[in-house]
Design a protein around this ligand. Structure first.
Ligand SMILES: NC(=O)c1ccc[n+]([C@@H]2O[C@H](COP(=O)([O-])OP(=O)(O)OC[C@H]3O[C@@H](n4cnc5c(N)ncnc54)[C@H](OP(=O)(O)O)[C@@H]3O)[C@@H](O)[C@H]2O)c1
Length: 316
């Protein structure tokens, strides 16, 4: 089977350039955890991801107020996986957490919820509104030297902030590993706002979040058929006019996928891998996890990538 060229972070961590996002695990109001799906389903999503080659799990201290990390911890304790899991989590630099030490305290709390002595990737969830951003990066470099964190990443950083974070960490001999930003066929801003170029220039892996546009690129939602869960039901992405606008994109994904017996979401994820990024689709159950894992092991042709590039130019 053909293998993709692995992105830097994936290579260093020994994982495929595709992960699974755990935001929906334990998150009630936004995603409907505990109503439409629950602990059993997300446990299966975890297990099926790993068993199908997707061993990079992305969570955050704020997902479900810590519940996502707790579930990941339970699964790790349950064990029995045929390959090693790699865990990424995030620190939320909320305005009241002004001291750099607060990130180290938050890290300790995450480690307790996850039940592990260290995490593979610790990310700053968004650019801190507090003035002393360097202090935060210095503290995370310290956590690397203490062995509590293997790699440091950022998230939602613009190009300038990415360069600055890279330089600050480099002073401590730590390489900025990743910048996690929204990127999909329906959200191509990283290509024009300098973030993708900055990541390529620095050798920083771009981790693509909401890579199937929160379900829009699966083709299962259409005018008159909106998802449940507060955020998507009332969000602008799922209004009728947008659902209609997505249809021709999904048609192309279907057409491209047909010859390889792949679903639209799998084609959309493969497009991101072909851009040299590492998508982390959320999966709520085992079936979704298996389907998303099948975005790997094959590759879109250059012509197909170009066709999708052109078809979604208006989505920048
Ligand atoms: N750093 C940040 O600020 C940030 C922000 C957002 C997300 N993230 C990370 O990125 C991850 C993924 O982003 P996301 O959850 O926003 O969006 P996404 O991955 O684009 O969409 C996930 C949703 O799509 C549906 N889905 C997934 N796989 C499917 C499949 N094979 N078939 C049909 N439907 C499928 C599921 O919802 P339904 O079944 O209900 O449709 C799932 O919850 C998150 O879990 C989180 O780890 C990070």
């Amino acid at each position: 089977m053909q293998r993709e060229v692995k992105v830097n972070l994936a290579k260093e961590l020994g994982v495929e350039p595709l992960g699974v996002g755990a935001w929906a695990w334990g998150t009630k109001n936004i995603w409907g955890y505990g109503q439409e799906y629950g602990r059993k389903e997300v446990g299966e999503a975890f297990r099926e991801s790993v068993e199908n080659g997707v061993s990079f799990i992305d969570t955050a201290e704020i997902y479900g107020n810590g519940e996502s990390e707790r579930i990941v911890g339970e699964m790790l304790r349950e064990g029995g996986f045929s390959r090693e899991t790699v865990i990424a989590t995030k620190f939320a630099p909320l305005p009241y957490r002004i001291s750099p030490r607060s990130s180290l305290d938050a890290l300790d709390a995450s480690l307790v919820r996850l039940g592990v002595p260290s995490v593979d990737l610790y990310q700053i969830h968004f650019n801190s509104p507090v003035p002393n951003k360097n202090g935060l990066l210095d503290a995370l470099a310290e956590a690397v030297h203490e062995g509590k964190v293997r790699h440091v990443g950022v998230s939602n950083y613009n190009a300038d902030a990415t360069y600055r974070a890279y330089e600050r960490l480099a002073k401590h001999g730590v390489k900025l590993a990743s910048n996690q930003v929204q990127y999909s066929l329906l959200h191509r801003k990283p290509e024009t706002n300098g973030v993708l170029d900055a990541c390529r220039d620095l050798g920083v892996t771009l981790i693509a979040y909401s890579p199937i546009a929160q379900g829009l690129l699966t083709g299962k939602y259409a005018p008159g058929n909106k998802p449940s869960g507060m955020m998507r039901r009332f969000g602008s992405a799922f209004r009728e006019s947008n659902l209609r606008r997505v249809e021709p994109v999904v048609d192309i994904l279907r057409e491209i996928g047909k010859t390889r017996e792949r679903e639209p979401a799998q084609v959309a994820l493969n497009w991101l891998v072909r851009k040299g990024t590492m998508p982390i689709p959320g999966a709520k159950d085992g079936k979704q996890a298996r389907q998303n894992a099948a975005a790997l092991g094959w590759s879109l042709t250059n012509e197909e990538v170009e066709r999708l590039d052109l078809a979604t130019l208006g989505w920048r």
